[in-house]
Design a protein around this ligand. Sequence first.
Ligand code: SF4
Ligand code: MG
Length: 327
Amino acid sequence: MSTLLDIEQLSTYFQTEEGVIKAVDDVSLRILQGETVCIVGESGCGKSVTALSVMGLLEGVSGTQVGGQIKFGDSDLLKLGKHELRTIRGHEIAMIFQEPMSSLNPVLTIGEQMIEPMLEHLKLGKKAARQRAVDLIAQVGISRPEQIMTSYPHELSGGMLQRVMIAMAISCNPKLLIADEPTTALDVTIQAQILDMLRQIKAESDMSILLITHDLGVVAEMADYVVVMYAGKVVEEGEVTQLFEHPKHPYTQGLLKSKPVLNQRQDELYSIPGQVPNLLELRESCYFHDRCEHCMGVCRVKEPVLKKIGDNQKVACWLYEEGVSHD
Ligand code: SF4
Ligand code: MG
């Protein structure tokens, strides 16, 4: 499989009155064509900021500095101009959010909002775009697509809106779908339906998915490859089976403590004592040391770097030696 998205040393910093917040710090990750990569971690770990950086949605936000490289095909997304980025966004890369309402226009009908990107990116005529919108709404499991076309966002339930968002996101056949907590606001039954639908859409195309979630049940169901973030850094990554069966980083082990089983959902997660550190107060140390039951002297004074420990696993923790699998 070829690489679709290659993020190298992404750093997204916010200048605030209190100092610089390193929301994403030296993060590298790669997504292959047709692959689903999940970024997992508690809130405030930099997952969403990573996604927003890839989408170029932090471009021009005052006090924000985005560094590194985000290669998508032949382009470095961080070097593209506004116009080129706009062409890629919504066409080759689409995004869905936790709150569909936030990306819909309340005064336009669903139909009007669905058709517009297809006119722009696919250069379809109005009639063809309209027909495609109806087909897509049916494809995401909504029974009366014609009726939805003329509805306004506030007339639909959260689950329906998220389906519409997905229909909209896939309307221009994106190569990459970025989904930030797409099912978090929905009840469990609807969550499962939406995840099934995403899996089905993926199976029918060779779209890649970057899925951001705090829910390991979602990861177990969706991911091929998992990236665990903590305090703006990648602390562990690996193939989903390897990571669930042999988690290495004490943070990953904590997240997995309630043992979510692959292909099985669960609602309650064990919560790791303590909190994600204040990103303004980070010192040279392992950022997890305050919460880690294996903390050693070195952990308080030196930051562990991400190292390869098996064929398909990397970890940033002083407990492990580079090149040794430790399974
Ligand atoms: Fe725990 Fe030390 Fe590993 Fe950090 S480096 S996770 S404190 S053992
Ligand atoms: Mg988030």
